[in-house]
Design a binder for this molecule. Structure first.
Ligand SMILES: C[S@@+](CC[C@H](N)C(=O)[O-])C[C@H]1O[C@@H](n2cnc3c(N)ncnc32)[C@H](O)[C@@H]1O
Length: 259
């Protein structure tokens, strides 16, 4: 069994071809018809896992059904590839769980890396996680666990457009929790801090959607299920002069890393 990325690139295509799967399962973003076409070209027998989502159904329940569908194929003795968009191991449960479950049952299972939305964000927004560091949280997790945020560092928030809603919604998520997210961010950074709402292009040749907006003007109207929020640092990082001196870093120096 293998889990691969479904980015419809020549690289993704080669990976799938090399895996020569009997069955290709795919859990694609709704509407990614072009990617579906690429997969069906590789294996006309490919099936979609998307049908396990149900309007208003807990996503965890759908994920379990996806895992069991993949495992059904594996248990039937078929070489099985599941293709997920982005990186299959980034903010994705069925991919990790199917690999874990397959290994537990004695099957050979591996995951191949892909290009995640965050990787695209670094490229399109021209920001580097090395510069001041980068925290990365799922939006609901960020809220319910009161995550301790270093406002001198960068922050990436995933799933801001589904915050607080654990079900699947094809026609818009219940974003009643969005004001709580805003209140927390404004408490940390103030209302005039500018954040970036980012949507990576799904297809080659398409531009990303990038919206820069101050937290005080932001509302749930600006986000959707595919939005990732980038929050730049709100203050300069302090320097432990004793440690810096012990490392021979000159005052105000950065060793070329954290400028
Ligand atoms: C379930 S996660 C899947 C992430 C995916 N495995 C990846 O590697 O990017 C869904 C979240 O990923 C982010 N995401 C997905 N597609 C995106 C896109 N085209 N642009 C920006 N962020 C995206 C959003 O934060 C979205 O709520």
């Amino acid at each position: 069994m293998s889990t691969a990325t479904s980015v419809p690139s020549s690289q993704g295509k080669t990976e799938l071809q090399q895996l020569a799967a009997d069955v290709v399962e795919k859990a694609l973003q709704a509407g990614a018809a072009e990617a579906e076409a690429v997969i069906r070209e590789l294996n006309p027998g490919a099936t979609s896992l998307h049908g396990h989502y149900g309007e208003g159904v807990q996503r965890a329940q759908s994920y379990e059904a996806m895992v069991e569908e993949m495992m059904g194929s594996v248990r039937a003795g078929k070489r099985t590839v599941a293709a997920f968009y982005g990186h299959p191991g980034v903010f994705a449960f069925p991919s990790h769980e199917s690999v874990r479950r397959a290994r537990r049952e004695g099957y050979l299972a591996l995951m191949l890396p892909g290009v995640s939305a965050e990787d695209c964000l670094f490229a399109d927004l021209g920001v580097d996680p090395a510069v001041n560091g980068c925290q990365s949280y799922e939006a609901t997790d960020f809220l319910i666990h009161d995550r301790i945020i270093d406002t001198a560092s960068q922050l990436v928030l995933w799933q801001v457009g589904v915050v607080g809603d654990w079900t699947y919604r094809g026609n818009g998520y219940d974003l009643r929790a969005f004001p709580m997210l805003l209140a927390r961010l404004q408490g940390l950074y103030g209302p005039w801090h500018e954040v970036t709402l980012y949507e990576a292009p799904l297809f080659p040749g398409v531009s990303p959607v990038i919206t820069r907006i101050a937290l005080g003007y932001l509302s749930s109207d600006y986000v959707n299920a595919g939005t990732t929020m980038y929050v730049p640092p709100g203050r300069a990082a302090s320097v432990n002069q004793t440690i810096a001196a012990a490392m021979g870093i000159p005052k105000g120096g950065s060793m070329g890393i954290a400028k």
